[in-house]
Design a protein. Structure first.
Length: 204
């Protein structure tokens, strides 16, 4: 519309239908071959619009490409391990003398054991391991803490639970503090402050 009256180079057809076809072809070339050369437009409005579309389309294509790449990568990661049966196909790490190590043994899964959690994560981060099995809450906290220091940026905890394990506070038998402690814990769990503490230490 900006060029059809003044730019015979872009529009050679005389009738309206032919010019619409040529406009469609010019747009198709813009999408498939990149922006039409700036100086092929005669009007200032046409040139400004061309520059704007060139920048906008580049940003849009780069954004879409990035989103697809992230989605495919995440899907690939999640598709590798969906249950205990998939652990036999990858290099697994765990902390020695931990419940996770015992769980892997019970499942007949061989794992590389480490005495130190940081060394365990470093092996995963550097590609010497494919996955680590451990307590989700603890791993989330440790990874979040390390990432705040610029380490283990690529590590994350997958949303799969192989075996539920509960944490508890140990008290002597017939302790007079048991009931008060239970009531206090239940009261805390129902508060927004507790949820904020969870996010603070292990993330959303």
């Amino acid at each position: 519309m900006l060029e059809h009256k003044v730019n015979q180079r872009l529009y050679s057809m005389k009738n309206k239908g032919g010019r619409l076809v040529e406009a469609f072809i010019a747009g198709l070339l813009f999408v498939t071959s990149g922006p039409i050369r700036y100086y092929e437009f005669k009007t200032l409005s046409g040139r400004v619009l061309t520059a704007f579309l060139a920048v906008a389309s580049t940003i849009m294509i780069a954004s879409i490409t990035g989103l697809f790449a992230s989605a495919f990568t995440l899907d690939q990661i999640r598709s590798e391990i969906k249950g205990p049966q998939d652990l036999t196909k990858v290099r697994v790490g765990s902390l020695e003398a931990s419940t996770s190590f015992e769980y892997l043994q019970d499942q007949g899964i061989t794992s590389h054991t480490f005495s130190d959690r940081r060394k365990l994560f470093e092996a995963l981060d550097k590609g010497r391991l494919d996955t680590v099995v451990g307590d989700a809450v603890v791993m989330k906290h440790k990874i979040k803490e390390a990432q705040s220091q610029g380490r283990f940026e690529t590590l994350s905890v997958l949303p799969f639970v192989f075996e539920k394990q509960s944490y508890a506070l140990a008290l002597p038998d017939e302790s007079p503090h048991l009931e008060k402690l239970n009531q206090a814990l239940l009261a805390v769990f129902d508060t927004p402050e507790w949820k904020m503490e969870i996010v603070k230490y292990i993330g959303p």
